[in-house]
Design a protein around this ligand. Structure first.
Ligand code: GLY
Length: 421
């Protein structure tokens, strides 16, 4: 098969690598220097929807896989499907699950999916009243629209929550994305990412993943897009069963009841509370980053045919297998990330790392002289499998330590939380 992967980050490198390993010919737009090792990269950006649709037609690809959320929310999958090319990724209607926090919370409530109590606020007065009502040791304020992963504030005090609401509603920190906010009760617990592939009627739930969101060890400091992941996570089979039957199943039925034909990834951010009950925090409408990296490292079977089946509404179920080992992904981030990442620093040592370790490129570029340099906040996702979490960690950190990047930031505790709920 010939497959077009849209995107140019670590998630797309992991997807392109796995698809190429499956014997498929991969074209990527725009891709990156890592993706270039497994695919032909075409310099078309993810916002150039007409050019991407035309590329899919001109290249006569069998399948398009759309990586990032912004083009999905803006309707790229609809546009490519309208040209007759099977596309893995929801249309604009389904992508609202990620594109609008108001839409998604109302969807959860309408379809009785367990989620934190919430209120929708269009004004400061409404936000303040909601914060007073919902604050129980913490409260979460979320901008309605896409905000590059920065639109969620977990406030420890009512004042902090009010400041966040002001920042969004009055100062318009996220522009129109913050013209409406969702205020929700904070659920205390341990979070897990559960990704499922779907063709609109069937679900293929992938092994769960635990992300590490803050920049510093010990879960402190500002939030990032994710500093590292471990898969499978600590989630038991019983809990995985509950997540499937209490969250993912009702979601799929809800989408169908609402007339939405959803073909792509349902990525559930799930909080497990102290009693072991799962609550849906949010949905993303695409593969997670860096969740995809360890999942692809462990995946066995033909991902391409499963994604094509999903795109066509005829997804084969239980067609994927999994390496019995654990995979750990450690993100190498740039100096200044997440607030002000420095770019243009040379990256060295990649040719010296253990051949079994996968260094997925996220924010890398070629300088004019061909040198590999950093070009974004998260630079590499260094991924290794091991018979235990400790072995996977040792392999991943061994490679991370061999990679040179001035001012690099790395969390040293990825996968070190243990397996207790
Ligand atoms: N790892 C978080 C995300 O993909 O949004």
């Amino acid at each position: 098969m010939k497959i077009l992967v849209v995107g140019g980050g670590g998630r797309e490198h992991a997807l392109a690598w796995r698809l190429a390993q499956g014997g498929h010919t991969v074209v990527a737009a725009p891709g990156n220097p890592g993706i270039e090792q497994v695919a032909r990269c075409v310099p078309i950006g993810v916002d150039a929807h007409e050019a991407l649709a035309q590329l899919a037609v001109d290249e006569a690809v069998d399948l398009v896989v759309v990586g990032p959320e912004a083009p999905l929310v803006a309707g790229l999958a609809d546009r490519i499907r309208a040209r007759g090319v099977p596309t893995f990724g929801p249309g604009a209607a389904g992508a609202q699950l990620e594109g609008s926090k108001v839409y998604s919370k109302q969807f959860f409530a309408r379809h009785r999916i367990p989620t934190a109590p919430f209120a929708i606020a269009h004004s400061l007065e409404e936000a303040d009243a909601a914060i007073d009502r919902l604050f129980h040791g913490g409260v979460v304020v979320k901008a309605d629209g896409l905000a590059a992963g920065k639109g969620v504030v977990v406030a420890a005090t009512p004042d902090e929550a009010r400041a966040a609401a002001r920042d969004m509603l009055l100062a318009r920190r996220f522009g129109d994305a913050g013209a409406t906010v969702v205020v929700e009760q904070k659920i205390v617990g341990r979070e897990v990412s559960v990704l499922a592939l779907t063709d609109g009627t069937r679900l293929e739930v992938l092994p769960s993943v635990e992300d590490h969101k803050t920049i510093f060890d010990g879960d402190v400091g500002p939030n990032t897009g994710g500093m590292g992941t471990v898969s499978p996570s600590w989630v038991s089979d019983d809990l995985a069963y509950r997540i499937r039957h209490e969250i993912l199943g009702p979601t799929l039925r809800g989408l169908a009841a609402d007339g939405i034909d959803y073909r792509g990834v349902l990525y559930a951010g799930v909080m497990i509370d102290a009693a072991g009950a799962p609550y849906l925090l949010e949905y993303n409408c695409r593969f997670g980053d860096p969740e995809t990296q360890p999942v692809m490292a462990r995946l066995r079977g033909d991902l391409g045919s499963v994604l094509l089946g999903a795109a066509k509404g005829e997804m084969p179920v239980a067609a994927l297998g999994w390496d019995a080992r654990v995979a750990v992904c450690v993100v190498v981030a740039a100096a200044g990330y997440p607030s002000n990442p420095r770019t243009g620093d040379p990256i060295t040592g990649l040719d010296t790392i253990d051949r079994e370790v996968l260094a997925f490129h996220a924010g890398t570029a070629r300088a004019a002289d061909g040198t590999l340099v950093s070009s974004g906040g998260r630079v590499l996702g260094v991924t290794a499998c091991g018979v235990s979490v400790d072995q996977a960690r040792a392999k991943a950190y061994g490679a991370v330590d061999a990679i040179g990047l001035a001012g690099k930031q790395v969390r040293r505790d990825i996968g070190a939380r243990g397996r207790r709920p």
